[in-house]
Write a protein that binds this ligand. Sequence first.
Ligand code: SAM
Length: 393
Amino acid sequence: MENNPTQTFFDKLARCIDEKKLIKLTISSQRNKSSDLQSIIITLTNLKRGFRLNFVYRHTTKDITKNYEFDEGIGIIRKALTEDFYNADLFSNDENVRLATNPAGKVKISSQEPTLQPVTEFHHDHIKSRLINTTGNIYLRELDIINANWEVRREMSDKFRQINRYIELIEPEIKDLTLPDNYHVVDMGSGKGYLTFALYDYLANRLKNTPEMIGVEFREDLVNVCNAIAGKSKFDHLKFISGTIEKADLNRIDILIALHACDTATDDAIYRGITSGASLIVCAPCCHKQIRKEMNVTSELQNVVRYGILKERQAEIITDTIRAMILEANGYRTKVFEFISTEHTPKNVMIVGRKTSKENPDKEKIFNDIAAIRKVYGIRKHYLEELLKSNEI
Ligand SMILES: C[S@@+](CC[C@H](N)C(=O)[O-])C[C@H]1O[C@@H](n2cnc3c(N)ncnc32)[C@H](O)[C@@H]1O
């Protein structure tokens, strides 16, 4: 590749450190096979005093972590490659580069397209305190979000961020509610339970509340796994039941959560919340097939639904607008906002309704407005509206 492979490698390393494009550098292949030090993994870390190189020294039975200033760290890397190891694998946002030395001292450099996710956020020690603790957190470990050392796995950091963000958003809503001591929370379509566990943990261990919480999920395998994790976590008032959102046997709902429940399952969940008089309904809708299929635009808005992806977005906007309006009509003060950046998940709209009155005096007008929207888009029915109508709420 180049005349002096070692120099080329260190130039590339210095550049990607400067440009904050270093994902990780792994130094491996011991020169002395009996050495206890197996490898060194180097990443960038953002400390209060500035960016540093974070070294994890992997020994046979333990890891030792140290932070160094760039120049000092690069010096240590040079020394490690001359004295202790044969190979260095550099993963940057732009490329993967390998510097390999053979026992005879011949050095080669090679490069390939990047294979790791680019770094968008660096670990730092002054990150605002997370609402979810990782140390000693059994459910996060069982769900593989953290490792045996209670650290968030790199590949699960988006999920962990999403969980924290969700608790951050829901915190003020719940703190303001007036609820009985053993209020009932239900998570509709709880799936693997990531958010169910986090919410229970927050309510029981942070707020010191004593809620009764149920996760409803039709996949029995997930229900069994989640009940086992709840047991291990000693979450005594959290259980998962196998059933459908529509029919699950729930005698009371004070707070209803439905995150990413597919298509009309979100409507079924909202319907259960409204008809139970839940104080808080929180949902993050998923796909919007029902309205997409219904849309039959013949007006001057035809072109707005001409392109597939844009039609999908229109369907999403209409479905969720009508859901929010229906909540308003039923006495819920409703907000719709972005849940988490689209960088982390495309399913990022959250609808939160807080029961403020038994019924909205403008209910009829709201349903007329909904009918007007449907007419413009040639939509015969909105699933949630139909559910409520057929059950005369
Ligand atoms: C996309 S996952 C979301 C899981 C979880 N709420 C989350 O946000 O991580 C949707 C889950 O809802 C479940 N589900 C969908 N429709 C359902 C229904 N009508 N009744 C019960 N569970 C349902 C699916 O089996 C799936 O596990």
